[in-house]
Design a binder for this molecule. Structure first.
Ligand code: UD1
Ligand code: UDP
Length: 387
């Protein structure tokens, strides 16, 4: 039985790898070994619990306010020892984090094939997002199998010279995770979220964490929210704040005393998904939330200068608003006061996936290892212009 070593280290990687790990376990055709790098701790553990994910190894590398060099070197060293111990036939990595790149590099050094889930997303701007654009490009160069979530990601890989037979368009596994979680009634929220949702007036969900926004851009985002609260005294901004100390200091400093803003700790996945369903608007710099918003029919304002996820924007559910304070404030106020503008963005559409991405990945792996005759079928989005 071939051995697959699946690595992940942060919250979004775990959410997006969970459906793949669970599908492979269910089929039972591979020995599946999971390794947490522990680049995140509490936020990663929340996902492990939510999906009851089996964990075989934990490198536990996280340090307070860690540097990129610390993550890279600690993961490289820890993962090398694990590769020696487990001798996998293939290493599966996800996305664009430093865990992704460092585990792929460690596998490459030992000449073990790498398969990359969520390959090919590009902004074509090396420092935006930083360091993710570089992490994803470097990982794609090292990978032998590239699972592109969308047609645009496939096209970017083809333009870079990747052989078409090494690419499969799968849809994004985050939609598998989302659809498995979003059904049914809302779970018990924590008391702060409950209190926020019980207030009258529109609700806005906020998340921000990107490294390229540290400093002036992040302060500008915080001021935009403060000014929008002044314009819309009835609105409530619910902000499950990332555990990164840089992020917490910035937002608590500027928004700590603003009555319209309710901070919470990072929420477990299930309550977070139901919170997305409950709000009117999402403002974020998150990659994963840009993908989830359209499926839930929630308008998403993307507070970044670039995005590697253009499909939500083409579909009309997401809008790129940058980090300028005034632009963000105006966009929030317009959406919450102009019914026509709001309706034009609040349409449920699935440009990123149909909930079957992990099945396609498992089919593809079985075909690759000679365990299945038929090749895996590609994801085809409903919108023709996104194919
Ligand atoms: C990381 C990824 C980013 C991803 C994001 C998802 C890199 C370089 N960055 O950014 O691509 O979008 O995760 O959230 O790979 N911390 C905790 N507990 C946690 C998590 C973080 O205390 O569970 C604190 C620690 O002080 C840590 C700091 O946050 O040092 C930064 O974590 P890190 O993983 O380096 O960066 P993120 O900003 O979380
Ligand atoms: N998320 C969560 N709890 C939170 C905030 C986000 O479960 O409090 C989920 C969200 O639904 C999405 C993922 O975490 O699936 C996004 O993670 P993050 O924004 O940290 O990283 P990114 O996607 O930007 O890499």
């Amino acid at each position: 039985m071939p051995t697959l070593l699946v690595s992940f280290g942060t919250r979004p990687e775990a959410i997006k790898m969970a459906p793949v790990v669970l599908e492979l376990h269910r089929r039972g055709l591979f020995r599946v070994v999971t390794c947490l790098t522990g680049q995140h701790r509490e936020m990663l553990d929340q996902v492990i619990t939510a999906f009851a994910l089996p964990v075989d190894h934990d490198l536990n590398v996280m340090r307070e306010a860690q540097s990129l060099t610390h993550i890279t070197t600690a993961v490289l060293q820890g993962f090398e020892r694990l590769l020696e111990a487990e001798s996998p036939d293939m290493v599966l990595v996800h996305g664009d984090t430093t865990t992704t790149f460092a585990t792929a590099l460690a596998a490459f050094y030992r000449q073990i094939p790498v398969a990359h889930v969520e390959a090919g997303l590009r902004t074509d701007t090396l420092y935006n997002p930083y360091p993710e654009e570089a992490n994803r490009r470097l990982t794609d160069r090292l990978a032998e199998i590239l699972w592109a979530p969308t047609g645009a990601a496939r096209d970017a890989l083809l333009a870079e010279g990747v052989a078409p037979e090494n690419i499969l368009v799968t849809g994004n596994t985050v939609i598998d995770a989302l659809l498995a979680t979003a059904g049914g009634s809302a779970p018990a929220f924590d008391s702060r979220v409950d209190e926020a949702l019980s207030r009258p007036g529109p609700k806005v969900l906020v998340t921000v964490h990107r490294r390229e926004s540290w400093g002036v851009p992040m302060q500008s985002i915080a001021r935009a929210i403060k000014h929008a609260c002044a314009d819309l005294p009835q609105a409530t901004f619910v902000f499950p704040i990332h555990l990164n100390p840089v992020v917490r200091e910035t937002f608590r400093g500027i928004l700590g005393e603003v009555p319209g803003v309710v901070f919470t700790e990072p929420l477990p996945y299930q309550p977070f998904v139901h919170l997305m369903k409950a709000v009117d608007l999402i403002i974020t710099d998150s990659g994963g939330i840009q993908e989830e918003g359209p499926t839930l029919g929630k308008p998403v304002l993307v507070m970044r200068d670039t995005t590697e996820r253009p499909e939500g924007i083409s579909a009309g559910t997401a809008r790129l608003v940058g980090t300028d304070s005034e632009t963000i404030r105006r966009a929030i106020v317009e959406l919450l006061t102009d019914e026509t503008v709001y309706r034009s963005m609040a349409t449920a559409i699935n440009p990123y996936g149909d909930g079957h991405a992990s099945k396609r990945i498992a089919d593809h792996l079985e075909h690759h290892f000679g365990l299945r005759d038929l090749p895996a079928e590609a994801f085809v989005p409903e919108m023709p212009e996104l194919r």
